[in-house]
Design a protein. Structure first.
Length: 394
């Protein structure tokens, strides 16, 4: 589901680009003259935003789009060999940049990405200047009957490379779903389409524009995730809860959930294990029934908002959630324990029970805002802790 959500905007842009390319020449002359300014403006905007948010993967994607556009627009590719070489190396370079982890744009840890681009440029320049026989043999030979490839001017080797890279990117989109991964797949398709269509103005303007819009989509989505989602648990963070409260009216309930004895758990097993517990709790909280919307409030505290439910109705679902967490055994792996703790140095994994306390309040009380409801639920939470923890009270 997450993969499809990330891919939908990319699919819409890709479909729109092929439609625009098909009917490009039918647009008014004034419109066509203005389209030449769109790719450079989008490129500047994309570069600026990726630097501002330090999103290295999208930054390098943007560079590849610029390289393809300049190479075709400025007629740098004088021979079929150089054209085929660029058409084959662009997808490979995009795959390499995708595999490399996010290391920032201006940092020493980003050196492998820059080295890859420099190697790509040096190799292209060398082949274009020397035209070695092996490069012609590999890039321009027909490995299968030519009639199967009469639909594209690209050599068979380039087509094969493009298909292999496309399949790898598609797998990455499902294994590691994210806006930048989906954008990478879309940009790959746009680069392949651009090299297939050649250096016509329609190809340069339409496919470059679509690819750069995908870059902008990726960086804006990633910046939104940074602002509104908690990095550790993946749940919406307090900023998202604040905006949720601004929209709320009528009947609703707000619950506060706290992990019992969490500080002692951290001191005993270490912060890495504590983080793993919070991730486990977040997974359970995210499955709360009754239409509850969970949030990471901070530390070991979570908030859950129920629309159109009073305290009594919300408690039914919160009690199920509490029992679900209490009945789930958390396994402490040996690698996550503190090495200095002799009590936990056994070679066997240890299972522990993790419990939570929950307080809930609703908007039926004489209160003025959702934050007041939150304060009431926080008071109910402390009552639950005072009763021995591992319970839910309203």
């Amino acid at each position: 589901m997450k993969t499809l959500q990330s891919l939908v905007p990319v699919l819409i842009l890709a479909t729109g680009s092929f439609y625009a390319y098909r009917w490009y020449d039918l647009a008014p002359v004034e419109v066509l003259q203005g389209t030449i300014f769109i790719p450079p403006l989008l490129a500047i905007l994309a570069i600026g935003l990726t630097i501002h948010f330090n999103r290295s993967a999208v930054f390098f994607y943007t560079l590849l789009v610029i390289i393809a556009n300049l190479s075709l627009g400025l007629k740098w590719l004088e021979s079929s060999l150089s054209y085929s070489l660029l058409a084959g190396l662009l997808p490979l370079q995009l795959l390499i940049l995708t595999v490399l982890p996010e290391r920032g744009i201006f940092s020493l840890r980003a050196i492998p990405a820059y080295a890859s681009l420099l190697l790509f440029a040096a190799f292209t320049f060398f082949v274009m200047k020397t035209s070695p026989a092996w490069s012609t043999e590999i890039l321009l030979s027909d490995w299968l009957p030519a009639r199967y490839f009469d639909w594209t001017p690209l050599p068979q080797t380039v087509v094969a490379v493009s298909v292999v890279v496309f399949l790898h990117m598609l797998v990455f989109c499902f294994l590691r779903p994210s806006p930048h991964m989906s954008a990478g797949l879309g940009i790959l398709v746009m680069l392949i389409a651009q090299m297939h269509a050649g250096d016509s103005s329609s190809s340069l303007n339409v496919f470059s524009t679509a690819a750069l819009l995908m870059c902008l989509y990726a960086v804006t989505q990633e910046s939104w995730r940074m602002a509104y989602l908690d990095e550790l648990t993946g749940l919406p963070a307090r900023r998202a809860l604040r905006e949720k409260f601004q929209q709320m009216s009528g009947l609703y309930s707000v619950a506060m959930l706290d992990v019992d004895h969490f500080k002692k758990f951290n001191d005993t097993y270490g912060h890495d294990t504590g983080d793993a517990v919070l991730q486990m709790i977040a997974g359970k909280v995210n499955q709360v029934t009754g239409g509850g919307q969970p949030y990471r409030y901070g530390g070991e505290e979570f908030s859950i908002v129920f629309r159109n439910k009073n305290t009594k109705a919300a408690l039914l679902h919160l009690e199920d959630l509490r029992e679900n967490i209490a009945s789930s055994q958390f396994v402490i792996n040996r690698s996550s324990r503190r090495k200095s703790d002799k009590k936990t140095s056994s070679t066997k994994n240890k299972s522990v029970a993790v419990t939570v306390s929950i307080g809930v309040a609703d908007s039926n009380a004489d209160i003025s805002s959702p934050w007041d409801v939150l304060k009431l639920s926080d008071k109910a939470l402390y009552k639950a802790k005072g009763r021995g923890r591992n319970c839910a009270l309203g």
